[in-house]
Design a protein around this ligand. Structure first.
Ligand code: ADP
Length: 597
């Protein structure tokens, strides 16, 4: 309370006042001792240094050195207030003793200086101290204003005037300025806080903020409604208990704690953006689009993690519409594929010299029609596959595959296409230092070479589709030079690498390559047919196995596509193989889907 009435004076100023008081009391005591030691100087009478002054000074000194600090711990203002009241006593006493004589001018000066210092400390100390001194003097002169000497008058009027001037002087300088600023800032902070609260609560997306251990520190109204957890109940709870995310839609099993995006973000300090199914408190499931970002505070040149914040919304409606769209596209493309296949077949027959006789003009037209029909057939096929990939109906039968053998075998099929176009085809099997491998002593000249073993859990048919598609693109867009297929990796991943010496891809197109229907629009690719769906499908398939696909390229310097798959340890591969072997042949292939979006 007292602190609030005080100006917000910094601790340094209180210490300064304290030091000044200590100095004055020591000065009193020293002067007293000198006056006793050298009585002939007559100091005692000239300066009013009687025993009472000394008792008071010693008492005040004791207060300043002990109790002052105890009180100052909780309120420096209160400790100084008491100090200022106490300081009145020795001064009034010496004034009294010297009978307001001019020899006490030195005290007057000190007293006025105290008034100035006290004034700096705000209204409460000033008024308190001045009031006491005023009453004291009035009592001393016994209200006999007629006999008041000029020094006495100065004593009565001086301190309040000095204190008030000092108060306003400092107030307008810096002391109160800072206190006003603090007040203003705290007011602003409060209003900002309220604004922020209103803002967060009015956002229609759900917002949940957590601390570094994943405990909820903030949840807005929308998040409460979506999760079914009221704000007061969810505060301090583990975010994974409130934002319950479904791992497998078929069994409604929830994500393990370690897999939960909140924990992933807190662990890796990287944002996550996913569409997942959530189970609310009433066990009703819904699709949510969820973006979680780490909250990082820059400190000492580093970013320190202070928590994470999730923004999510109900996307059930969008999901249902998307499903309808995908269903329409897949039904339509499925239905149209059959007549297109028939047209393609008849055109092939018409072009077959053994069964039909046509003139050269007709042959030229029919060849063009055949090419277009082939393109149409591919488009329908791609549309069907991409629609399935989007709504999670893409079938997949993952199994343990040794990538080295797999890529080597596949390269034989791919070589033909490249060489047919006059391109050189290279296969590069690379082993990195920390890969476990087997020693192949049978290779050239008895030299021991290390061939890496990369086990991955993938559907070989689907991954063949991916590698073939990317390799076919490399061949398709490269007019001369070389196409390279490579396999490398480290302890965590197996990486398939496909590079070419083709035209390259402009930097601005690279981030969009894997979007639906995206084709680079330049003279090099315009002349070459394509649907713009191939890489989109590739990405969807690669993501089925928690893999990653991306491209690096420079115009004029060719392109390189990278495909990463998580690598299994030899023990895990063995385990999975045994599991598959022990299952019945019909069920040995586990069907997974792309429900993860
Ligand atoms: P498309 O059927 O058009 O080939 P994709 O999805 O397979 O569709 O590829 C998308 C686009 O990426 C292509 O249209 C092409 O512009 C570009 N692209 C893909 N691979 C290469 C490559 N190896 N070299 C140059 N451009 C490429």
């Amino acid at each position: 309370m007292l602190d609030e009435l005080m100006q917000h004076v910094s601790k340094g100023w209180y210490r300064f006042l304290w030091a000044f008081w200590v100095f004055l009391n020591i000065a009193f005591i020293t002067a007293y001792l000198v006056s006793r030691k050298f009585p002939h100087l007559n100091l005692e009478y000239t300066y009013g240094l009687n025993d009472a002054v000394i008792y008071m000074s010693v008492g005040i000194l004791a207060y300043l050195l002990t109790a002052y600090w105890l009180i100052a711990r909780s309120s420096a203002a209160l400790a100084s207030f008491i100090g200022s009241l106490m300081m009145v006593l020795p001064f009034m006493n010496v004034f009294n003793e010297t009978n307001q004589s001019t020899s006490s001018l030195i005290y007057v000066a000190a007293w006025l200086l105290i008034s100035v210092l006290v004034g700096m400390h705000g209204l409460v100390i000033s008024l308190g101290a001045m009031l006491v001194s005023f009453i004291y003097i009035l009592l001393e002169i016994e209200f006999d204003f007629a006999n008041l000497k000029p020094v006495g008058l100065l004593l009565i009027l001086g301190p309040p005037i000095f204190a008030v001037i000092s108060y306003f002087f400092w107030r307008n300088r810096f002391i109160s300025e800072s206190s006003e600023r603090v007040k203003k800032l705290s007011g602003q902070l409060k209003s900002h806080e309220q604004q922020l609260e209103i803002l967060v609560q009015s956002i229609t997306d759900g917002i949940i903020a957590v601390d570094t251990v994943g405990k909820i520190t903030l949840i807005n109204k929308a998040a409460s409604q979506l999760t079914g957890w009221p704000e007061d109940e969810s505060d301090g709870l583990d975010a994974t208990a409130v934002l319950r995310l479904i791992k497998d839609p078929k069994s409604d099993s929830l994500l393990e704690d370690g897999e939960h995006p909140f924990n992933q973000v807190l662990l890796k300090h990287q944002p996550v953006n996913v569409t997942l199914q959530m189970l609310n408190r009433q066990n009703k499931s819904m699709f949510i689009s969820l973006a979680i970002s780490p909250v990082l505070l820059p400190s000492e040149g580093k970013n320190q993690l202070v928590g994470a914040v999730a923004v999510f919304r109900d996307v059930n409606k969008e999901k249902a519409e998307e499903q309808q769209r995908a269903e329409f596209i897949s039904t339509a493309s499925h239905e149209m594929r059959t007549p297109v296949a028939a047209i393609e077949g008849y055109l092939a027959l018409a072009l077959n010299e053994n069964v039909s006789k046509i003139d050269n003009n007709a042959r030229e037209y029919l060849t063009k029609a055949h090419l277009s029909t082939e393109h149409l057939g591919k488009l329908f096929q791609d549309l069907l596959t991409s629609a399935k990939a989007e709504d999670g109906r893409l079938t997949s039968h993952p199994e343990v595959v040794e990538m080295g053998d797999f890529v080597t075998q596949l390269s034989e099929d791919l070589r033909f296409g490249a060489e047919k176009k006059g391109l050189k085809m290279e296969l590069v099997m690379n082993s990195s230092a920390n890969n476990s491998g087997v020693i192949d002593a049978s290779s050239s000249g008895g030299m021991k070479t290390v061939q890496p073993i990369y086990y991955c859990y993938i559907d070989p048919d689907r991954v063949r589709e991916v590698i073939t598609n990317v390799f076919d693109n490399a061949v398709k867009y490269t007019s001369e030079g070389r196409v390279t297929l490579g396999l490398t990796g480290d302890e965590n991943i197996a990486q398939v690498k496909i590079s070419d010496t083709g035209p390259g891809i402009p930097e601005e197109d690279l981030p969009h390559l894997f979007q639906k229907f995206y084709r680079v629009d330049n003279s090099a690719t315009r002349a070459i047919g394509g649907t713009g769906l191939g890489l989109f499908i590739c990405k969807k398939i690669v993501e089925l196995y928690n893999g990653k696909i991306w491209a690096e390229s420079k115009v004029g310097e060719g392109s390189t596509f990278y495909i990463n798959f998580p690598r299994l340890t030899a023990t895990r591969a063995e385990q999975l193989r045994n599991q598959q072997a022990s299952a019945s042949p019909q069920t040995s292939k586990v069907e997974t889907s792309t429900a993860k979006a």
